[in-house]
Design a protein around this ligand. Structure first.
Ligand SMILES: Cc1cc2nc3c(=O)[nH]c(=O)nc-3n(C[C@H](O)[C@H](O)[C@H](O)COP(=O)(O)OP(=O)(O)OC[C@H]3O[C@@H](n4cnc5c(N)ncnc54)[C@H](O)[C@@H]3O)c2cc1C
Length: 917
């Protein structure tokens, strides 16, 4: 991560300072918050940070000494106090950066509300006051008086974000000069700076931003086509069609969605009325009354997919699947090391951090540094909740379970106050006292008599996936184990095989045999699984949700092991490469190795991200390898394998999917005959959003030709929203007089159909590998769930109807894998040409079988999971995802029906003419 290795000392505060620290922590810096002892922290911006509680009271000189030592070892300090405070503590910039400074490389970031040298410097203030002095508040909307956008503008944009930017600039400068420096941020100036656009626009008399008084201008509620409107159900829609062409679309759609007779006293707006200010009152009334006729979701549908610039106002819950905002922009790899929580106990890391700077335990405790944890202190919020929720039967002292024999020994007396809440899950003891109020499922579930005061193992696993306890934010709540009890729940250990029946193909199941796999395949599988579990799986879960593409860091790691090259199967392209750290020799790499690689990657269970993980390369690069000129291959292939450049296959068009011959993108030669000039569009192109190269199917003078087009002038890509994650980078592409050298032709001019068709076998076979593996994962999920879910007092798997569904699923998983292995064996023993001739039909048939059986399995799995099967988070999250995205396979790489037909036609072609019944 960009800031790994940097140590940041953040003096505790609220809002802007912690936000600056959060940005640094999210990007890999070690951020240590300095808390005052015995002060509870209300800060929620503490993800990934550590806390030390150090007494800086002059009566405790050892506190200051420790602080100086800590800052002497730091790269950045964030000072959120009023002017003079740090100097009074003896920790001002001079101590570190001055002539005799003890850390002259320190970036000393200071953030104050009012300018340090102005008349308000010593006054208390808050966001609203800073905004007032910045001049920005006076131009903000609001009915009678202007209203601030809560505390976003001065505290976070003008304060925290500006401060973090200043720190980054100072770090760059330090890299050049070797010298630290002071970064000065004040929120008055910061608010002005982030408001440069409206403030500067006010200076331009003709600007819509400056015409009229506050409330009558373009963006502050004056213009009817830029505002928020209330719908019939009380929810809101935003309208922002500033440009005439967008306004015209808005007016047309809006009018169409209203009753034919709808008007304001016979008046209806037309596209020409947009900037006629005299018409604005009528227009506003028309739009206001119009929106009030239908609920928000109705309007959402009316405008979805158009350029009217009209979108619904979403609640925070609707806007994101998790209540916690993800870091943005993303320039790093998740997960953030350290804890991931809304709460950071003041002083939690005092010992760890101070030991890290060389203080002995004796120094830490003897020199009067206060103990970090004060067991007497109870968060007032929790206290309140517990008292409200306490069940009279449970305990006079609070809803706690008494765990008296724990290891390490904990003093049971620590656990006897209102607000104390310990829970035992699978022989482990968790202190939920502080967390219970943040429990996503609510406090009441925890106060249930089945949970509080009980061993909560069964209740926990009936509602949570085992992996939840592995998340750092929950792991840290564990305070001990119950002595003498053993954990009975088998958690997933990265790299290990599952012990659930049918969860692994038979060749990986203990006691079973296979003729296809060698010892080398087994070693290879182990190494790949470990890599996937440790490197790919964690990133996949996050990026599938946040929609961002695979990180460059991971691509680089894959490239280092030559995984990218191996995903194209055996062949000359592997020559000279070290595969998986030398685990398999290039000449020994076969299609079973590739099958293993694909199946292990599929286990990450994130379909959009999985496709984003360079599927475009898997289908787009083979035509270059097999049909490109030597010069082209030498240039393109290494940089794609090394993850420096990305490539997509661009065949499908809005007009031509299954019917490849119907494609309409044209390529004609330039006058000098040196270049292709390409015009047309392509649709659903995987990885297209971020690809540098496109293997494009084009119509040319004498048929079809495949051409490698580089991103450049005339090539535009736009993300297409599909039912899976945008991390796949699915694109709509426009070629508008795009140019490619004639040397980029792949195969013969006019011979494109052969190039495109010969590519299909490998693509389809790869998809079968993925499908067989993911069906198996569904079987594992269903077997686990039907064993742990109880209905009518019995596990689901005690019902014959459920067992029958499981039997069908297992059968489908086994048939696909076994058939796939047979075909893979044929591929290992056939030349590329023989494969093209003999396997197109069987692979097509296998793919159709895979995709239809996968859809059946998805349907059965949803049934078994019930409501959870359609719920994006929690127990059924894998099944919901699978069911939502499984239809994709039946379409891409050849639609199911088309492939069945192809297989039969291929078979008919070799029917002996004399065959008779
Ligand atoms: C997730 C995803 C990723 C994709 N990635 C790429 C990519 O990277 N590059 C790329 O070029 N394309 C890509 N595609 C496009 C994909 O190749 C096409 O969707 C596919 O070829 C089907 O074309 P179509 O969607 O236009 O369906 P159509 O061709 O319109 O077919 C619709 C349906 O009609 C039926 N049908 C059509 N013809 C026949 C026939 N002859 N016999 C029997 N039934 C028939 C089938 O049931 C078919 O599903 C992707 C698609 C998806 C969904």
């Amino acid at each position: 991560m960009a800031l790994s290795g940097l140590k940041v000392i953040e003096f505790a505060g609220l809002a802007p300072g912690p936000f600056a620290g959060l940005i640094l922590a999210d990007n890999g810096a070690e951020v240590i918050r300095v808390d005052r002892p015995s002060t509870p922290s209300l800060d929620v911006l503490c993800r990934g940070k550590k806390s030390v509680a150090i007494n800086l009271n002059p009566k405790f000189p050892s506190g200051k000494a420790a602080m100086l030592r800590l800052i002497a070892s730091a790269d950045v300090l964030i000072d959120p106090y009023r002017p003079g405070v740090m100097e009074r503590l003896g920790l001002g910039p001079d101590v570190f950066l001055g002539e005799k400074g003890i850390n002259r490389r320190l970036v000393y970031a200071r953030m104050v509300g009012f300018p340090r040298d102005g008349p308000h410097r010593d006054m208390a203030g808050h966001d609203i006051n800073y905004l007032a002095l910045s001049g920005v508040l006076s131009i903000l909307p609001g009915k009678e008086a202007p209203q601030p956008p809560i505390n976003l503008l001065a505290d976070f944009a003008g304060g925290g974000l500006s401060c973090a930017l200043g720190i980054l600039l100072a770090l760059i400068e330090r890299g050049k000069s070797g010298r630290g420096q002071v970064v000065d941020t004040n929120m008055v100036a910061g608010s002005r700076y982030v408001s440069s656009f409206p403030l500067l626009s006010l200076l331009v008399p003709s600007s819509g931003m400056s015409r009229g008084d506050r409330g009558s201008r373009l963006l502050d509620g004056g213009a009817p086509f830029y505002g928020v409107y209330t719908c019939e159900d009380g929810r809101w829609m935003t309208v922002g069609c500033l440009e005439p062409q967008f306004f015209a679309i808005f007016i047309e759609r809006f009018a169409k969605a209203l009753p034919a007779e709808f008007s304001v006293g016979g008046w209806r707006p037309s596209a020409h009325d947009q900037f006629d200010r005299d018409e604005w009152p009528k227009m506003k009334e028309y739009i206001t009354r119009g929106f009030a006729l239908h609920p928000r979701d109705y309007w959402t549908k009316v405008f979805h997919g158009t350029d009217a610039c009209v979108l619904p106002v979403l609640s925070p819950e609707e806007a994101a699947s998790t209540p916690i905002p993800s870091p943005h922009p993303l320039a790093r790899t998740w997960p953030v090391p350290g804890h991931d929580s809304l709460h950071l106990e003041p002083g939690e890391h005092t010992r760890e951090v101070l030991r890290g700077i060389g203080l002995s335990d004796r120094e830490i405790s003897e020199h009067s540094l206060p103990e970090p944890h004060n067991p007497e202190r109870i968060n007032p919020l929790l206290h309140h909740h517990v008292h409200k929720g306490v069940h009279p039967r449970r305990s006079r002292k609070g809803p706690f379970i008494l765990v008296s024999v724990v290891s390490p020994p904990l003093n049971p007396l620590q656990h006897n106050k209102p607000g104390d809440f310990w829970v035992a899950i699978d022989a482990r003891v968790y202190d939920l006292s502080r967390f219970m109020n943040m429990h996503p499922g609510g406090v009441s579930v925890l106060l249930d008599p089945e949970v509080a005061g009980q061993d909560a193992t069964e209740a926990f696993y009936s509602l949570h996936r085992a992996e939840v306890l592995d998340r750092p934010q929950y792991k840290r709540l564990q305070i001990g184990v119950i002595a003498g009890q053993k954990s009975v729940v088998a958690g997933h250990v990265p790299g290990q095989l599952s012990q659930v029946p049918y969860a692994e193909p038979s060749w990986l199941t203990s006691g079973y045999h296979s003729p296809y796999y060698s010892e080398n395949h087994r070693e290879f599988q182990k190494a790949v699984r470990k890599f996937v579990d440790e490197e790919i799986y964690p990133e996949a879960q996050i990026k599938e949700e946040d929609g961002t593409r695979v990180s460059q860091e991971l691509v680089d790691k894959m490239a280092a092991l030559n995984i990218n090259a191996m995903r194209l199967g055996p062949g000359k392209h592997l020559k000279g490469l070290t595969l998986m750290n030398g685990l398999v020799k290039p000449e020994e790499f076969d299609y079973f190795h590739e099958l293993i690689l694909t199946q292990e990657i599929t286990r990450c269970g994130a379909r959009g991200y999985g496709d984003g993980l360079l599927s475009g390369m898997v289908i787009g690069l083979p035509p270059v390898l097999n049909f490109g000129s030597d010069e082209l291959k030498a240039r393109i292939v290494p940089e794609v394998f090394q993850g420096k450049k990305f490539i997509s296959l661009a065949i499908s068009e809005a007009h031509a999917g299954s019917d490849v011959m119907g494609l309409q993108t044209t390529a004609v030669k330039s006058e000098d005959g040196k270049e292709w000039i390409i015009n047309g569009t392509k649709k659903w192109i995987t990885n297209g959003v971020f690809s540098d190269y496109f293997t494009v199917g084009c119509k040319t003078e004498d048929g079809f030709t495949v051409i490698l087009v580089e991103r450049g002038p005339g090539v535009e890509t736009k993300s297409i929203k599909t039912s899976y994650s945008p991390s796949a980078g699915t694109a709509y592409i426009t070629f508008d007089n795009a140019r490619a050298p004639v040397g980029n032709t792949l195969g013969e001019e006019g011979g494109g159909i052969f190039v495109m068709l010969s590519n299909f076998n490998h693509e389809r076979w790869v998809m079968c590998c993925g499908s067989a593996r993911s069906q198996r994962s569904v079987v594992e999920e269903c077997l686990k769930w039907s064993a742990q879910r109880k209905a009518f007092g019995k596990p689901l798997n005690s019902l014959a109807v459920i067992r029958s569904k499981l039997a069908e699923m297992m059968t489908r998983a086994e048939t696909t894998q076994n058939w796939l292995e047979n075909i893979t064996y044929q591929m290992n023993n056939m030349s590329y040409k023989q494969q093209a001739g003999k396997l197109a039909g069987p692979i097509g048939l296998l793919k159709a079988h895979c995709t239809s059986s996968a859809q059946e399995t998805a349907k059965d799995a949803v049934q078994i999971f019930g409501g959870r099967g359609i719920t994006r988070t929690g127990m059924g999250r894998y099944i919901e995802h699978y069911h939502r995205t499984i239809a994709f396979d039946a379409l891409l790489g050849g639609a199911e029906d088309v492939l069945r037909d192809l297989a039969v036609r291929q078979a008919l072609r070799v029917m002996p003419k004399n065959a008779r019944l």
